[in-house]
Design a protein around this ligand. Structure first.
Ligand SMILES: N[C@@H](CCC(=O)N[C@@H](CS)C(=O)NCC(=O)O)C(=O)O
Length: 243
């Protein structure tokens, strides 16, 4: 019998774990958990998903991650949380479609790309409440130009070159949301396809066509709908589920 996709809240009974079966504690709209799901899908790793109501967390979830954040992976006696740690662990343990670079210099640079990436996300989300948006837009576009250049240097279409690397999968969930959430209200914050042909067009389109992306992404209307419910303080974690 397959597990329900509806979110589990405080007071619920934890679905029993099966020895040897990998489990992901998830929230369907979380960009960090999407990172883990992208790696799981890209590497064809079998797993089950337990969705968590993050407004009303079950004790058994908090026992697994005292920080109360998704994603969390569980396999027998092992618990891993923090999206980057979960992704690296999966890549280390499951050899198919290796994602981390083996070259030390590339590895260091991919870490730089990941650290700097928070400039995009923090400034994009700051736009919603900022009275003066100029400074935030400048920082966002400085970062876009930076990634545009790196892709040109690396030959693209991915940061990993001809194939996606871990850095591509770590960046995608936030870029999916920038485009989906901002295209109507903050079009100046979008990574423009003409101004940034590598990052805004080639990278975005190549990522979009990956089976792992297709398996984990939501369309613009669903993102907007969830984000609205989240901003209103009543996140609709089960939005779109028919079961
Ligand atoms: N640094 C964490 C961030 C994860 C995170 O912020 N997850 C959010 C959902 S998108 C969460 O679990 N929020 C619950 C809370 O803040 O109580 C990671 O990379 O895994």
């Amino acid at each position: 019998m397959s597990l329900t996709q509806k979110s589990f809240a405080a007071g619920s009974t934890m679905p029993p774990v099966t020895p040897g079966r990998l489990r992901l504690y998830n929230m369907r709209f979380c960009p960090f958990a999407q990172r883990t799901r992208l790696v799981l899908e890209h590497k064809n790793i079998p797993y089950e998903t337990v969705n968590i109501n993050l407004k009303s967390k079950p004790d058994w979830f908090l026992e697994r991650n005292p920080l109360g954040l998704v994603p969390v992976l569980e396999l027998d006696d092992k618990i891993i949380y923090e999206s980057t740690a979960t992704c690296d662990w999966l890549d280390d343990v499951y050899p198919e479609n290796k994602l981390q670079p083996t070259d030390a210099y590339t590895k260091a640079w991919d870490r730089i790309l990941l650290e700097y990436f928070s400039k995009i996300t923090s400034n994009v989300y700051a736009l919603r409440t900022a009275t003066d948006k100029t400074k935030h837009l400048e920082l966002i576009h400085k970062a876009y130009a930076y990634y545009e250049n790196i892709l040109a240097q690396r030959g693209g279409p991915f940061f990993g070159g001809a194939k996606p690397a871990m850095i591509d999968l770590l960046m995608w969930p936030h870029m999916e949301r920038v485009v989906a959430l901002m295209s109507k209200t903050e079009p100046d914050a979008i990574v423009d396809r003409v101004k940034y042909p590598n990052f805004g067009a080639k990278w975005y389109d190549s990522m979009y066509s990956l089976p792992a992306v297709k398996a984990t992404m939501f369309d613009e209307a669903s993102h907007l709908r969830f984000f609205k419910s989240y901003m209103e303080g009543n996140p609709d974690y089960d939005f779109g589920l028919e079961e």
